[in-house]
Write a protein that binds this ligand. Structure first.
Ligand code: NAP
Length: 539
């Protein structure tokens, strides 16, 4: 696998290679260095921040409260950092990332503009050999994939795309210098979380905005606002309590969770709770009822209530009807917006349904739907990601006997705990498929995984062991368990990216694990039982 340039040099030898400088990679690096390991982060981008480095589209903002969407491993960091808004915007999240890098002196161990292309396990040396886009080669005992769950852009194939004369921007690969849409005719493809944040802002700038919608999403008001000094002080006075409460919640962030089931109360009471949640905003909706995502009847009443709000806000009945989701509320991730439905009352905004008649082709001037050409100066592709497996599968990862991970995962990802795959010793995934990851506050899940991996490394070192990997039996049982848990919910009931249903040809498998507390407890039990389900090998 050596290129000419690299062939002349011996691979750089390290204890741990970490792929990706997002929140996961940065904490892994900090932890590894504290343990005295020679660790290095290889990052494809020219800066750190992962998701927040790439997703710079107008309106990009976190949908989990800033005070919770932040590291908790260092009390002084928690106390000194000030978030200006309830939900942090992308630039502020990047400022936080830079602060963390400086505070913990991480910069010297991060190598930017270095995309990892291959990682092969050398069974004789018991080491991972990693090749980067720079031509460099590295060798390390441990390889940690901190590659992110939503990092591989989904760029659908459209006929004649190359003919279009204007720019096409993917929300997940947004130009750093920003885009000024003032006075332009703009087309947006997609109506997921990214589009829903971007559309109201683009509509204010553009001369005309046309939105191409395949499936309407459920979106609720974010209710973002500046964070008051009093709120910040109250949380900081007892941060550990907030963190502890969060870890007891399925989603690993603290929301007002209603223990009552919709099935125990009447429809009127369900609607009253919907009123409250509408005012609370954002992902608080997940806490509306204990059975929101398990009981179709409760869910339908809630769904109908939200549908009613769309009909109230959007003035044109035909547009309101098109914007109304027919699906299960919360089956796809609930979106949080600022003025999304109101945007469709603007004279310069048009909604085009592409559910029955998809985009036929691009032309030099724009694109064609149902035989009609729409002309644009710029097109925004808010078409999402090849989630969870995309960023791993685009690296040529090979384990024992040269087995490619892509081949092992041809029918869907197989892992134990979303942390490791059988046949790939000492290769770890942070928030991999089969772990709570995207169904939780990522920061909490990331920290739990980094700490698990750090404990594993410590355990191997202090017991004279050289490698760890799951047994095939444990992996099979875990995959079955992940499916079983998801099967007890309504989450399998729509074409979501949790299932891989958004990418043509991707195997339809529910990828994340539902329930952070149960997962974390399972991890604790496995460790207490001497890493049950893992094979640990001595030299
Ligand atoms: P997404 O939810 O997958 O939405 C992609 C959109 O593009 C969907 O409306 C999809 O339609 C449409 N689409 C895809 N291919 C198409 C095609 N060939 N023709 C027409 N339409 C097409 O992606 P996203 O909006 O980037 O969000 C992904 C995830 O990122 C979110 O669920 C969330 O977890 C995270 N995110 C979070 C925030 C936040 O924190 N506030 C913001 C942005 C993103 P279908 O639905 O029919 O597939």
């Amino acid at each position: 696998m050596a290129t000419d340039r690299a062939a002349a040099q011996a691979p750089r030898s390290l204890d741990m290679i970490i792929v990706g400088a997002g929140f996961a990679g940065l904490y892994m690096l900090h932890k590894a260095r504290r343990m005295g390991l020679d660790a290095r982060v290889l990052e494809a981008g020219s800066g750190a921040g992962g998701t927040w480095y790439w997703n710079r589209y107008p309106g990009a903002r976190c949908d989990i409260e800033s005070m919770q969407y932040s590291y908790q491993f260092d009390e002084a960091l928690e106390q000194e950092w000030h978030w200006s808004e309830k939900y942090a915007a992308q630039p502020e999240l990047l400022e936080y990332v830079e602060h963390v890098i400086q505070r913990f002196g991480l910069a010297e161990a991060i190598q930017y503009d270095t995309r990892v292309e291959a990682a092969h396990f050398d069974e004789t040396a018991n080491r991972w050999r990693v090749r980067a886009s720079t031509g460099e080669e590295f060798s390390a005992r441990y390889c940690v994939m901190a590659t992110g769950c939503l990092s591989s852009a989904n760029v659908p194939h459209f006929e004649n795309k190359e003919l279009f004369q204007g720019p096409i921007y993917h929300t997940g690969q947004w130009p750093h210098e920003g885009v000024d849409f003032t006075g332009l005719r703009v087309g947006v493809i997609g109506t997921g979380s990214s589009a829903i944040q971007a559309i109201p802002i683009i509509a204010e700038q553009a001369a005309e905005l046309t939105v191409f919608q395949r499936t309407p999403a459920f979106t609720v008001p974010a209710r973002n606002r500046p964070l008051t000094d009093e709120e910040e002080a109250a949380i900081k006075a007892d941060y550990p309590s907030l963190r502890a409460r969060a870890k007891q919640q399925i989603l690993a962030f603290d929301i007002q969770f209603n223990e009552r089931r919709g099935s125990e109360v009447g429809a009127e009471e369900i609607r009253a709770e919907c009123e409250r949640r509408w005012e609370m905003g954002a992902l608080n909706w997940y806490g509306a009822f204990a059975d929101l995502l398990t009981d179709p009847h409760t869910n339908e009443i809630v769904s109908d209530w939200v549908r009613g709000r769309i009909a109230e806000i959007v003035k044109d009945p035909a547009t309101a009807q098109l914007l109304t989701p027919k699906t299960i509320f919360g089956c796809k991730r609930i979106c949080a917006d600022t003025g999304y439905y109101e945007t469709f009352n603007r004279a310069n905004v048009t909604l085009v349904d592409v559910s029955e008649k998809p985009i036929e082709e691009f032309t030099a001037r724009g694109l064609v739907v149902d035989g009609r050409e729409y002309a644009f100066d710029a097109i925004v592709s808010a078409t999402g990601f090849d989630a969870m497996t995309g960023s791993l599968n685009r690296i040529d990862i090979r384990g024992r006997a040269g087995q490619p991970l892509r081949e092992k995962w041809a029918a869907g990802p197989r892992t134990y705990l979303g942390l490791q795959a059988a046949g790939f010793p000492n290769l770890f995934m942070i928030s991999g498929p089969g772990s709570p990851s995207v169904l939780t506050c990522m920061m909490t899940s990331i920290e739990q995984h980094v700490e698990f991996i750090a404990d594993v490394v410590e355990h191997l070192g202090s017991n004279g062991l050289v490698s760890i990997e799951p047994t095939v039996v444990a992996e099979d049982q875990w995959v079955e368990h992940v499916n079983e848990v998801a099967g007890g919910t309504l989450l399998n009931g729509c074409n979501s990216w949790y299932l891989g249903a958004n990418v043509p040809g991707k195997p339809r498998v529910f990828m994340p694990y539902v329930g952070f507390p149960a997962y974390a407890e399972k991890c604790r039990q496995i460790v207490a039982a001497g890493y049950e389900g893992f094979a640990l090998r001595a030299a």
